[in-house]
Design a protein. Sequence first.
Length: 228
Amino acid sequence: MTTSGSVRTVSDQITEQLRQSILAGEFPPGCPLREGELAERYQVSRHPIRKVLQQLTLEGLLVSKPNCGVTVAAEGSEHVTELLTPMRVQLELYALRRVSSGQLQGQRSHWERVIRLMARAAEDKDEQAILSLDARFHQLLLIAADMQDCIPLWLAIYGRMHGHHRQSNSQLDDLGFIAFVHERLMQSFLSKDREHSSEDLQSHLENTSFNRASHALWAKRKHPGTKR
């Protein structure tokens, strides 16, 4: 993902395209990625490809080993609960606490568009699009807080969690819930109760009470005549 107003280099564009291809499963875990083949695929020299591979390795989507080249990383859940989630919570909470109400309101239309696209992707059962839009939703918080320089750090954390998120989403009986829970999170961000919205964000990222309450509301909306 790129930030609004930023200049996208050739490497940036290829990084985004290759990132999406990896997250979509076009290149399975363990698949080798060779500079020459990628240079031909994207019709560029090897130099920008080298930068792309370095960036995606930093994000955790690729693994580089001496004398073995670069391969697609395995989709494990190792370190998610005890390390990666707490790191992501701290980064996003920091952004939320430093952002002004006006900056949050300025992102409203962007968040609303992401949520609409999430709902459409859910109808199409496009799990990869939902993952990508989920990432975009949370990056918009960093952009609102003028923390574009921290997005590479955020991507490095998120990239190591994408297998975990994919597995969690696959357990949902209706992917439309993901759009719904992010709509609730946006409304929390836009409220004037920053302490409460911080609690909601942390709970959402840790997949605890905020998500459980949202799921109960979602189920009630989908099945209004069902007693729960």
